[in-house]
Design a protein around this ligand. Sequence first.
Ligand SMILES: *[C@@H]1O[C@H](CO)[C@@H](O)[C@H](O)[C@H]1NC(C)=O
Ligand SMILES: *[C@@H]1O[C@H](CO)[C@@H](O)[C@H](O)[C@H]1NC(C)=O
Ligand SMILES: *[C@@H]1O[C@H](CO)[C@@H](O)[C@H](O)[C@H]1NC(C)=O
Ligand SMILES: *[C@@H]1O[C@H](CO)[C@@H](O)[C@H](O)[C@H]1NC(C)=O
Ligand SMILES: *[C@@H]1O[C@H](CO)[C@@H](O)[C@H](O)[C@H]1NC(C)=O
Ligand SMILES: *[C@@H]1O[C@H](CO)[C@@H](O)[C@H](O)[C@H]1NC(C)=O
Ligand SMILES: [Zn+2]
Ligand SMILES: [Zn+2]
Length: 640
Amino acid sequence: MLRSLVLGLGLSSTALACGGCTGTGDVEMVRRARLIQPRMQPDAIPATTGPKGPLPWGQLTFAHTSDTHGWLMGHVKEENYGADWGDYVSFIRHMRYKARKLGVDFLVVDSGDLHDGSGLSDATVKLGGVNGEVSLPIFQNLDYDLLTIGNHELYVADVAFDVFENFAKFYRSRYLTSNVQIMDPKDGKFKYIGRTHKYFTTYFGVRIMAFGVLFDFTSNANNSKIIKAKDMVQQQWFLDAINTSDPIDLFLVLGHNSVRSSTSTFPVIREAIRKVHPNTPIQFFGGHSHTRDFKVYDNSSTALEPGRYCETLGWLALSGIEAGNGKHKPAGVPNPDRPAVNGTTSYLSYARRYIDWNRLSFEYHSDNVRTFDTPRGESVTDEVWNERQRLNLTSLYGCAPQTYCLSCAPQTSELSIYPLVQKALSAVIVNEERKDIARMIFVNTGGFRFDIVKGRFTYDDSFIVAPFTNAFQYIPNVPYAAAAKLLDLLNNGAPQKRDMDREHRSFLPRSVDACPLDGAQFNSGLVKRKTIIRRQEIVTPGYTTKDDFGTDGDDTPHSNIPYFRATNDIVAEGGFPTDGSTPETVDVVFYDFIRSYVLTALAKAGENYTTADVEYYLPPSFTSNDFLPEYAKRFWSKDC
Ligand SMILES: *[C@@H]1O[C@H](CO)[C@@H](O)[C@H](O)[C@H]1NC(C)=O
Ligand SMILES: *[C@@H]1O[C@H](CO)[C@@H](O)[C@H](O)[C@H]1NC(C)=O
Ligand SMILES: *[C@@H]1O[C@H](CO)[C@@H](O)[C@H](O)[C@H]1NC(C)=O
Ligand SMILES: *[C@@H]1O[C@H](CO)[C@@H](O)[C@H](O)[C@H]1NC(C)=O
Ligand SMILES: *[C@@H]1O[C@H](CO)[C@@H](O)[C@H](O)[C@H]1NC(C)=O
Ligand SMILES: *[C@@H]1O[C@H](CO)[C@@H](O)[C@H](O)[C@H]1NC(C)=O
Ligand SMILES: [Zn+2]
Ligand SMILES: [Zn+2]
């Protein structure tokens, strides 16, 4: 309603967002935009395509987030995901009200990974603070019913402690960390960060036993301890919990745990519960693999996973639990209508949806366009905006002339981020004293985490695109014959994903990879042409999810974005002879993170070096997080 009003005033969404670019950071401009559009972040752009139809509601209905990684501002440059945390807070308020009206239970759950991935969570570290010290209090404006912990809460001791001291204390019995402990410095004892489990009865009388289980993560800071799933299910508290004499109508297992990968520990938990309760429904809510997914384990247990980075709100409706007095088929809305497996005689029925995280979706489903914004929602939106300003997150390095994507095109395509990375490395990674010596700069592709989107490339984007802080090291005067073999050796060697990366790259994202194209046969002209045609058809590119229930889960239908894997490493060159001849020797420059791989590969090429041969090429304070901003400052226009 408000949107059509805006359009009725003759202001197109791009006019609000300043021409082809998406916001100016200009305060006056923002103030004017606010008057017309008092919602989302002022620099965000509205979605143009919305949901295919109303959401399903069942006896128990769930909204599910995971892997938000600090994206509480939403994706200000992407129309599909433009809502911010305040819009989400308002939305959930309306959904809670609607659930009561329909006579069903509504639970809101989160599966962890709140840190690492955006400026709102990460920039505070550069100011001497703790990652998440700004973003977690904002997150806490959502009255979650149950939450659990992710591995990104546990890499850094200070972060883990902050979660224990503040976040866990805020959510109290709703924060479940069934297998994660921390050393309390007060007495030197290991304690559960949250609670191990929670037994509760819903408003409409369903008796639930809930757990929160992190996968068997091992790269945690040493002030934390993760109990492996197979050990956890033997612990007395767990046996007591599943064997309690209190009646249990439903098990809820939240987990920072992929619903499908081989590293998931959900099957261990399921087996342990099934030994005591062969038929009680078990509902899993997973995360960690950053995909939209829904998995059926058996005729009364399924698992939902709601993607990443505030791009998706997962939705699950479940009916048929023989308990309580909630409505199994609430009137006037779609109801869950599929058994978990065909042919079962179970009464349980399910429906799942993946909602695009934008204002249009939220307004549409709230039935409440006119008065959508709640006071709490508006104040959260303002707080996010104020913090983004305070942290300088919207400050501009330069205007990206196009979108450079991580995986939508082969890595050699001009649509890909990697040719740009190579250009930037060549231009920026120069040691002044050695600038005339040819150099080959090797970096791992796992260090790049998100697309560079056309338009304003900001301080925030420096965290979003390349959050890690690898220093540039080198070995001087390596025979060119060996250096020239290095890239192939690295790419055929062991994968080099730091644990922080490996988690997200060991899975093909099913939801964007329904039919992977063969990169070798790819013609980049094709993608461009298709994209344009699709825009005209007003089916925008986005998630096209295939899960155990098929292909009808996406709330807003999209055209497919192809997925291409990148090689382990890429190389950029600089200072080569201008006459095209090959140098005798080159400086081999690389991220310190891949040093051991480079040494191994060089040895394979017949050149034995040791760490004693490695020096800093640039001061260690200049890192992988700095070179793209530097490139943008020097080579991109400031007038987006
Ligand atoms: C963790 O490691 C640090 C540095 O090695 C050490 O000072 C600290 O005592 C360790 N903490 C625990 C709980 O083991
Ligand atoms: C559950 O409790 C029953 C009765 O108290 C007992 O016989 C059984 O061994 C218990 N099972 C587990 C897994 O603890
Ligand atoms: C189960 O039934 C649904 C609905 O009739 C159908 O679409 C689906 O293909 C069936 N699945 C299997 C595995 O047979
Ligand atoms: C559910 O599946 C189990 C085996 O996986 C079977 O023993 C049970 O009878 C089934 N229940 C229903 C209601 O279909
Ligand atoms: C933000 O930028 C301004 C102006 O450049 C500077 O004075 C201020 O210290 C910066 N604040 C932060 C938090 O970086
Ligand atoms: C490099 O080291 C390996 C193993 O130590 C040795 O076998 C090889 O001869 C060395 N090569 C050179 C060129 O020094
Ligand atoms: Zn994650
Ligand atoms: Zn994770």
